[in-house]
Ligand binder design. Structure first.
Ligand code: HPA
Length: 258
């Protein structure tokens, strides 16, 4: 089984493995650059979400091409990472959060494979948005992670970006039940579900959300925390890749069978 690994901000070089084989995958939504590599005895397709050198902002990431490329390369399971700000006092900078729910506050992104052009209207179920099998693998993989702690469960809210939020927006998001905020989780997970892939993400808290910590959110702060946690995140991902198995009966693979 091939495993897709979508790497977010700060960790694009995570698997900067000299043996990685670059490959361009042509999809109907555009070309995608990926890197094929062997990690922990598994075939991994490494996909830097923001492109090489972090050149694509969150609202312009070609999410449909990315997920389609992974599906075409027969990745049945996808592990993602996202940098997030936290509005939950228990989830501080440096912590990992394996979220299990999401709120969508994006505004202008193509968010489905089912656009109606083929005359088919489909509504994918979102009761269990993130694959429970992969979430459990990530939780176990992070159990022994040095420093910080791993939270199993939490609600991710996706803001449009690329600006950070205002403190008033963060207060609203917290009241709505969000724990962490990012800019890239949606529509990625929605498309993965529509494509019948198992998908879950390990979020890394890079900062307190606006108005929660002191002063403005600085790029240096975010990059600094991500760099500090890189080794632990690599260890977590390696452990997850090593133990992840596929299950043909997993509900994620049958999103429209009901
Ligand atoms: N807000 C939105 N996205 C983010 C943040 C944040 O505070 N930190 C990292 N990604």
């Amino acid at each position: 089984m091939r495993i897709g690994l979508i790497a977010g901000s700060g960790i694009e070089d995570l698997y900067d493995d000299r043996r990685a084989r670059p490959r361009t995958v042509a999809t109907e939504y555009g070309d995608v650059e990926v890197y094929l590599l062997d990690a922990e005895g598994r075939e991994v397709v490494f996909l830097p979400r923001h492109g090489k050198g972090h050149s694509v902002p969150p609202h312009r990431v070609n999410y449909r091409a990315n997920i389609r490329a992974l599906a075409e390369l027969e990745c049945r399971c996808v592990i993602a990472t996202n940098a997030v700000g936290s509005m939950n006092p228990n989830m501080g900078p440096g912590d990992f959060v394996v979220v299990d729910q999401f709120l969508d506050f994006t505004k202008q992104r193509p968010l489905t494979f089912f656009d109606g052009q083929d005359g088919v209207v489909r509504h994918v179920d979102m009761t269990e948005p993130y694959c429970p099998r992969i979430r459990e693998v990530l939780r176990r993989a992070g159990e022994g992670a040095p420093g910080g702690s791993l939270h199993s469960g939490g609600t991710y809210i996706c803001a449009e970006g690329p600006r950070f939020e205002s403190p008033a927006e963060i207060r609203m998001f917290a009241q709505l039940g969000a724990d962490v905020v990012g800019m890239t989780g949606v529509p990625e997970l929605v498309l993965a579900r529509e494509a019948g892939l198992c998908y879950a993400t390990a979020c890394v808290v890079s900062n307190w959300a606006a108005g929660i910590g002191e002063g403005p959110i600085t790029h240096e702060e975010v990059v600094g925390i991500m760099a500090e946690r890189e080794a632990a995140l690599v260890a977590l991902l390696r452990a997850a890749v090593a133990s992840l198995t596929d299950d043909p009966d997993c509900a994620c693979h049958h999103p429209f069978d009901r």
